[in-house]
Write a protein that binds this ligand. Sequence first.
Ligand SMILES: Cc1cc2nc3c(=O)[nH]c(=O)nc-3n(C[C@H](O)[C@H](O)[C@H](O)COP(=O)(O)OP(=O)(O)OC[C@H]3O[C@@H](n4cnc5c(N)ncnc54)[C@H](O)[C@@H]3O)c2cc1C
Length: 380
Amino acid sequence: MSTSIGIIGAGLGGLVLARVLHLHGIAATVYEADASPDARPQGGMLDIHDYNGQLALKAAGLFEEFSAIIQPGGQQLRVFDKDGRVLFDMADDGTGGRPEVLRGALRDILLASLPAGTVQWGRKLARVTPLGEGRHGLAFADGTTATTGLLVGADGAWSKVRPLLTQAKPAYIGTTFIETWLTDADLRHGASAAAVGGGMLMAMAPGKGIFAHREPDGLLHAYVALNKPQGWSAGIDFSDRAAAAAQVAAEFADWAPALRALILDTDRDPVPRVLHALPAPYGWRRRDDAVRGVTLLGDAAHLMAPNGEGANLALMDGAELGKAIAAHPGDVDAALCEYEAAMFACSTPVAAETDALFQTCFGAQSPHSLVEMFTQAHAA
Ligand SMILES: Cc1cc2nc3c(=O)[nH]c(=O)nc-3n(C[C@H](O)[C@H](O)[C@H](O)COP(=O)(O)OP(=O)(O)OC[C@H]3O[C@@H](n4cnc5c(N)ncnc54)[C@H](O)[C@@H]3O)c2cc1C
């Protein structure tokens, strides 16, 4: 194929796309805003599902490498109430189909699988100009430019490519996460470490909760969730670690000490995540010249509230788009039609499930609604 393919964003979705194209002998360039692979922490554990994320890694020929980085015991799941009572406890017997890996380790595997120079670091897309007949001119923040025959926006929640296809904008979902980290937890934070166990803890109540994962080297990584108005976290100085932690923990004043310690004992400055989502149903019409030669994948296409599916969908989108391009040599339009129809059919129902999931987690019947959901799923 002679079309020059430009992928904006070296997240999981963009990298899988580049990898699958490479396996089919198709070159692509990934333009990434970060200055280097290590420019910022890549976040915590991801459960990679056997019905989407794992299929994508198989298509990328990287399943063996993925299997080698699975965290043993990581699929253990416990649900607590606010008083620290365990309401649900599922051991990791290795058959769960959702093994946990570190996002950074998975990204490293993808990066290592690409020919040198595929990812161009420090290339933050600033502006896109349609040039007609599906070609696009890219202008980067460092003053450089490029031209694409096929442009793929894999640039996440605040995609610069998205406006070429849709006017949809992310909106605040009404829930803010605050991230905390407890290091060397088995020695220094024994009660919290025991509560989290080998995998994941969910401590829930109406309107609030704590999700905590065990990561390698005894690190506990928690997302503290609160239903709050937009702007609430802007009133907290997160660089004042102790004061910020105390302010967040005050929302959990009557919670068990081992759960509150996941906030109060943070060894790093807490980080707020003000959660946004795109309105569903997702989509755009591939009908006229304006949308030729450009598409989206992952969060750029269908940003959702965190539901355990986002990274998996991004991986799957990347793999499916790569396969569609390879299956239609010389006919990018046909490839995009095929890819987008499947991508929208897959992602839109997940958005509806996400609304229900948030109700289950944070609604009036929480945490019992959550326990019921897991009990039914486990029995099925
Ligand atoms: C708090 C939180 C917890 C989550 N937990 C989970 C989970 O447990 N499991 C799960 O499956 N999903 C989870 N998700 C969702 C998941 O992180 C995303 O769905 C996934 O990362 C999307 O991948 P992506 O490749 O589409 O985009 P991203 O991972 O966002 O990658 C986009 C890339 O594009 C780059 N970029 C952005 N703008 C530009 C630009 N202008 N020019 C060049 N490059 C650019 C970025 O630097 C980045 O590298 C979570 C999300 C949040 C917020």
